[in-house]
Design a protein around this ligand. Structure first.
Ligand code: RP5
Length: 161
């Protein structure tokens, strides 16, 4: 599986880096890009139109504010697009969330939570899409969940500190 992690600005990287860390942990190939919907509209269109022939199976797109990047990528490809609402300074990411989630019928964007939780879940959701046909990714996801469960069980000991 190959995933594209795209962000609207380098200022989104502290958030979107978390997507790449999860993909790395799961052993999933990815590329990362800054493609601004409003500053680089031609590049955005080219990336979307060629994404399938370039071997991608899913696109994770993070943007903040008037966050049209995920929707415009989705408009240019039939690959699954997962939108990450980056936490903006002015409105704490509510603007990003509403911009990304409210796609009109016909061009879906799978929208995750605002900020770091969303960035992590976007990578896990992409992996879950890949796991439909890739047993190694399915195994990586099972191991990830087990580690998470173990950590939660072991965390109870901290109540005695
Ligand atoms: C969006 O505008 C980006 O995704 C970013 O979240 C926000 C601010 O961008 P910069 O002004 O920091 O480049 O396009």
């Amino acid at each position: 599986m190959k995933v594209a992690v795209i962000m609207g600005s380098v200022s989104d990287w502290p958030t979107m880096k978390l997507s790449t860390e999860i993909l790395s942990e799961l052993g999933i190939e990815f590329t990362k890009h800054v493609i601004s919907a409003h500053r680089m509209p031609a590049e955005l269109q080219t990336f979307g139109v060629t994404a399938r022939e370039n071997g991608y199976q899913a696109i994770i797109a993070g943007a903040g504010g008037a966050a049209h990047l995920p929707g415009m990528l989705a408009a240019n490809t039939t690959l699954p697009v997962i939108g990450v609402p980056v936490q903006s300074k002015a409105l704490n990411g509510l603007d990003s969330l509403l911009s990304i989630v409210q796609m009109p019928a016909g061009v879906p964007v799978a929208t995750v939570a605002i900020g770091t939780a969303g960035a992590k879940n976007a990578a896990l959701l992409a992996a879950q899409i890949g796991s439909i046909t890739d047993e190694q990714i399915a195994l990586s996801l099972t191991n990830f969940r087990q580690k998470q469960t173990n950590a939660a069980i072991e965390s109870e000991a901290q109540l005695n500190d």
